[in-house]
Design a protein around this ligand. Sequence first.
Ligand code: ATP
Ligand code: MG
Length: 235
Amino acid sequence: MTRISTGITDLDKKLQGGFPEGECILITGEPGTGKTIIGIQFLYNACKEGKRCALIATEETPEKIIIHGKALGFDLEPFVNTNQLSMVRFLEIRAFDIGEGTNQKYIEIDDINNLLHMMQEDIDVIVLDNMGTFSIGVDLKEFRDKVDALAYLLSKQNRTSLIMMDATAHELTHRITEYSTYGTIKLTTKENPYTGKMERYMYMPKMRGTKVTLELINYDITEEGIKLLSSKSNK
Ligand SMILES: Nc1ncnc2c1ncn2[C@@H]1O[C@H](COP(=O)(O)OP(=O)(O)OP(=O)(O)O)[C@@H](O)[C@H]1O
Ligand SMILES: [Mg+2]
């Protein structure tokens, strides 16, 4: 299987080289656990490797994402300027919809599917941040069908994609998105019983075609982005 780097060297080592190319991976986690930063690091690395990328941002403006990336040493701006990285401004569309009143049609997963059909064929990598936006108040079966369709389309188009989903929406939809995607990484925080301090952990319950550890992987968000911490289980 061909792999594409996650943008985090130590995480690549735990995934037999990286994310499976052309497949759709779910990243879920509570607020502030680093979902968007994982997306930024992945996109930055993919851009550096010459891949054509797109970020569909439903919760932050591209400008903010660029600022956050720069602060961590992942400057996406040059890639945006050369159109190697397309930023799809879904937050603004959502904000406009909501601001305009109730008669407006809110954006839905169907709109993402339509967008994918229209997207230039040479886009290799897509990050969708955050799928949770489209799930609340939607019939569960309809949501499952639409996520299946989205994951199928992305994979058929041979695009490696990361779908971010906030933990609340993920729980409210009974975690069904996990069945539709090729792999799942969960980000969480938990108290270290020895120190009493909160620590960050990632857990990979599923990555088809890949031997992964089921142990919790201790990580930190540093000024240089996400770093796996060395512990016995991280080696
Ligand atoms: N420059 C930085 N240096 C150190 N830590 C940072 C830096 N920038 C962000 N962080 C940490 O990363 C966290 C935010 O990460 P990120 O935005 O990726 O989370 P998220 O999971 O996407 O959150 P949300 O669900 O709200 O979108 C911040 O709360 C902060 O702890
Ligand atoms: Mg985020």
